[in-house]
Design a protein around this ligand. Structure first.
Ligand code: NAD
Ligand code: MG
Length: 387
C-alpha cells in the first residue's frame, strides 16, 4: 500500500506536533504532503526540513518571508495565507486533511477540502460549531468524510462503528471539570491567567485550555457532536469524569451502554483518525487496570460553568447563533489571555453578543464571515464599555 498523503493544517500546534509524532511512528503508512503554521516560524522551518513536504503554508506575512528564504534551496514550495491553506487542502495527491488549526480561521480550508470530496480529520471544532450546516450540506453533495479527532467524538465514533443511527438513544460526553472544578465560586474573582492555563489532565494549546477551564470547550463539543452524530441537544449529555479514562459513551435503545476508554493521550485519537477505518499497532501507553480501583462521575455544576448553558442555548436556537457564541468566545478568551478582561467576564461578554444578535437562518459562508466579524467587534465594544 502507498503511504497516505496527509496535509496537517496547524502543524506547529499541540495537535499538529502530536500528529507529526504519529507520522514519525508510521513512516511507511503516512507521508506529509503539506504543513502550515501561523507565527512559530522556527518550528515550521524545522518541520519542513525534517519531513520535506512538497508544500508549506505560512499564514503571517513575516513568517512567509522568513520561510521562503529558509526553504529556498529545498524541494518545498512556500504558499501564503488562507488561499494557501485552501490550495493545499484540495490538491489531487491529498488523501487526508488534518484540520488542526485553532478557531474560525480553520473554516475555509475545511470547507474547501470537503468540496473536493476529501477525508478531513477534524480537530478544529470551531469550524463545525460555526458552520456545521454547511459541512453537512457539502458532505451530502460531495460524499467526502469527516473523521473526528477530539477525544470525546473519536470515542463516540468508535462506539458507533457497526451500529445503525436509530439504535442510539443518547450520548454522554465526559468532562474532566478542568482546573476550577473544586475552587469555591466566590474565589473565581482571584483567578489568574496561569491558573486557568493549568489543566489537570491534558497539555493543550492556550485557547482550548481556557475553554476547558470555563467548560466552553464542552459546550463547543456538544455542538460538534450534534453535527457529527445527528442528535438533538436533549440527546447529548455531559458528565464530569475527573480521571479522563472514559473518553465518552453511547446509550442504546435496548438499555445498553458502550464506552471507549484509554490513557489520556491525544496521539491515540489522532492516530485513529489517520488510520481509519483500520487500527495500527502502536506503542502508545496502555491502561493498567490494577491501578484503577474506581471510575468516578459527578453531575455538571451549571452555576460554576455558565458557558456550557450558553452553548446549549446557541444550539437550541440554531441558525447563526452558534457562530456568534464561537466568535464572542474567541474574542473573550484572547482578551483574557492578554490581561484585558477578567476570567469572570468571559461568559457575560459571550451572552451579551448572543442577546444582541438577530439570528440568520441557514447562513452562507459569506454571512458567517460577516457575523464572526460583527460578534468580535460587539464584544470589544462591550469590553470597553465595562472596563
Ligand atoms: P494550538 O494553539 O496549540 O495550535 C494552533 C495551530 O493553529 C498552530 O499551528 C498555529 O500556528 C495555527 N494557527 C493559529 N491561529 C491561526 C490563524 N489565524 N490562521 C492560521 N493558522 C493559525 O492549538 P491546539 O491545542 O493544537 O488546538 C487545535 C484545535 O484542536 C483547536 O480547535 C482545539 O479545540 C482542537 N483540539 C485540541 C486538543 C488538544 O489536546 N490540544 C484536543 C481536542 C481538540
Ligand atoms: Mg475534547
Amino acid at each position: 500500500m502507498q503511504p497516505k498523503q496527509i496535509v496537517i493544517l496547524g502543524s506547529t500546534g499541540s495537535i499538529g506536533t502530536q500528529a507529526l509524532e504519529v507520522v514519525r511512528a508510521f513512516p511507511d503508512k503516512l507521508d506529509v504532503f503539506a504543513i502550515s503554521g501561523n507565527s512559530n516560524v522556527d518550528l515550521l522551518t524545522r518541520q519542513a526540513l525534517e519531513f520535506e513536504p512538497p508544500y508549506v503554508v505560512a499564514t503571517t506575512k513575516s513568517a512567509y518571508q522568513t520561510l521562503s528564504a529558509a526553504l529556498e534551496s529545498t524541494g518545498s514550495t512556500v504558499l501564503f495565507g488562507q488561499e494557501g491553506l485552501c490550495d493545499v487542502a484540495v490538491m489531487a495527491e491529498v488523501d487526508v486533511v488534518l484540520a488542526a488549526l485553532v478557531g474560525f480561521a480553520g473554516l475555509r480550508s475545511t470547507l474547501a477540502a470537503l468540496e473536493e470530496g476529501k477525508v478531513v480529520a477534524v480537530a478544529n471544532k470551531e469550524a463545525l460549531v460555526a458552520a456545521g450546516h454547511l459541512v453537512e450540506d457539502i458532505l451530502l453533495r460531495r460524499g467526502g468524510r469527516v473523521v473526528p479527532v477530539d477525544s470525546e467524538h473519536s470515542a463516540i465514533h468508535q462506539c458507533l462503528v457497526g451500529e445503525p443511527q436509530n439504535s442510539v438513544e443518547s450520548i454522554i460526553l465526559t468532562a474532566s471539570g478542568g482546573p476550577f472544578r473544586d475552587r469555591p465560586i466566590e474565589k473565581f474573582s482571584s483567578i489568574r491567567i496561569e491558573d486557568a492555563l493549568a489543566h489537570p489532565n491534558w497539555s493543550m494549546g492556550s485557547k482550548i485550555s481556557i475553554d476547558s477551564a470555563t467548560m466552553m470547550n464542552k459546550g463547543l463539543e456538544v455542538i460538534e457532536a450534534h453535527w457529527l452524530f445527528h442528535l438533538p441537544p436533549e440527546k447529548i449529555d455531559v458528565v464530569v469524569h475527573r480521571q479522563s479514562i472514559i473518553h465518552s459513551m453511547v446509550n442504546f435503545v435496548d438499555g445498553s451502554t458502550k464506552a471507549q476508554l484509554g490513557v489520556p493521550d491525544m496521539k491515540v485519537p489522532i492516530q485513529y483518525a489517520l488510520s481509519y477505518p483500520n487500527r495500527w499497532a502502536s506503542a502508545n501507553a496502555r491502561l493498567d487496570w490494577s491501578t484503577i480501583p474506581t471510575l468516578d462521575f459527578e453531575p455538571i455544576d451549571n452555576q460554576r460553568f455558565p458557558c456550557l448553558g450558553l452553548a446549549y442555548e446557541a444550539l437550541r436556537q440554531g441558525g447563526s447563533l452558534p457562530a456568534v457564541l464561537n466568535a464572542a468566545n474567541e474574542y473573550a478568551v484572547s482578551a483574557f489571555l492578554q490581561g484585558a478582561i477578567h476570567y469572570t467576564a468571559i461568559p457575560s461578554v459571550i451572552e451579551q453578543a448572543m442577546l444582541r444578535h438577530d439570528i440568520v437562518r441557514s447562513p452562507s459562508l459569506d454571512d458567517l464571515i460577516e457575523i464572526d466579524t460583527w460578534a468580535r467587534s460587539i464584544s470589544e465594544q462591550k469590553r470597553q464599555g465595562t472596563h
